[in-house]
Ligand binder design. Structure first.
Ligand code: NAP
Length: 276
């Protein structure tokens, strides 16, 4: 039997077991996927003993993504670009890692808003945390020439801009509406809107041209940010697709089948979110 899990601290909130459990059933694989609460100080040791624990690999969530990155023997480009890993697996006895958040976000964005890419217009990222880093990497790789990172703590946005180079600029939180005015895509990567609390406060009525609004918060599925964007007739992209697509790579590495993100899977997670 093949085994994998997700580690984090805390871990109770994770929906990854539901996603991977669905795929294990769908593909008739003799395997398990569990969640394990692992403290930051124990994470490196946990990852170094995957084999002894009978694990083919695991997903890694907050606050352990940087530890996983530092502990791995081999880091794929996706992880190096972000400086953090959310997926690890064993290959020829080596601990390998990748960051699949970029793939998850970009795949869902392209599927939900196929014409999002306007290379002559800026993309705005609200927030400058770990998820923002993965998304900035994906947006730049898609050939966008200007990314504006707007964050409450300006230093953090400036750190991100310095990391990625001159195509990325840091903007203060107070200037967020000015940063958004002529942007083609606005992505909320802050925690504002989680569990219905808070809202980045973007004035969607003053935007120019065709604009896509994407949120990576997925509880609730329709955040205040997305609700207001929809009311202003913007194209909207929810946060659940990113979660589903980022899971594909890990499942393929651990269980040997590239799984499909189906409507049935999405409905399963939507129903679980609805239970809150
Ligand atoms: N859909 C998915 O698959 C997926 C994947 C990853 C993450 N996420 C979600 O994305 C969100 C961010 O994750 P993360 O790992 O990047 O978190 P993080 O590293 O903790 O970053 C949080 C960000 O939110 C900002 N923020 C928090 N409270 C704020 C407030 N009151 N006003 C303005 N900004 C505020 C922070 O600003 P400061 O720097 O000023 O503190 C920071 O930029 C979480 O809700 C997470 O669940 C979703």
């Amino acid at each position: 039997m093949k085994r994998a899990c997700v580690i984090g601290w805390p871990i109770g909130h994770s929906r990854s077991p539901l996603i991977h459990g669905y795929w294990l059933r769908r593909y008739g694989i003799d395997g398990t996927y569990t969640k394990e609460a692992v403290k930051p100080e124990a994470a490196a040791q946990f990852l170094r003993t995957l084999n002894l624990r009978g694990l083919a690999g695991c997903n890694v969530t907050v606050p352990l993504k940087e530890i996983a990155f530092a502990t791995a023997d081999h880091r794929e480009d996706s992880a190096v670009a972000v400086g953090a890993a959310n997926t690890v697996w064993l290959e020829d006895g080596r601990l390998c890692c990748a960051n699949t958040d970029t793939y998850g976000f970009m795949t869902h964005l392209s599927q939900s808003a196929p014409s999002w890419r306007q290379t002559d217009r800026a993309v705005v990222i609200l927030g400058a945390g770990g998820a923002a880093r993965a998304i900035v990497h994906g947006i730049l790789a898609a050939g966008i020439g200007e990314v504006r990172v707007v964050n409450r703590t300006l230093d953090r946005a400036a750190g991100l801009a310095a990391y990625f180079g001159s195509n990325v600029n840091a903007w203060p939180w107070e200037e967020r509406n000015r940063a958004c005015r002529d942007a083609s895509v606005i992505v909320n990567t802050t925690t504002l809107g989680m569990k219905g609390e808070g809202d980045p406060g973007i004035d969607f009525s003053s935007l120019q041209g065709k604009v896509v609004a994407a949120d990576i918060v997925y509880v609730p599925l329709e955040t205040a940010f997305l609700r207001k964007a929809k009311a202003a007739r913007l194209t909207t992209v929810d946060g659940l697709g990113m979660l589903l697509h980022q899971a594909v790579r890990g499942f393929e590495k651990w269980f040997g089948v590239r799984p499909e993100v189906t409507t049935e899977l999405r409905d399963l997670i939507v129903a679980d979110i609805g239970r809150l």
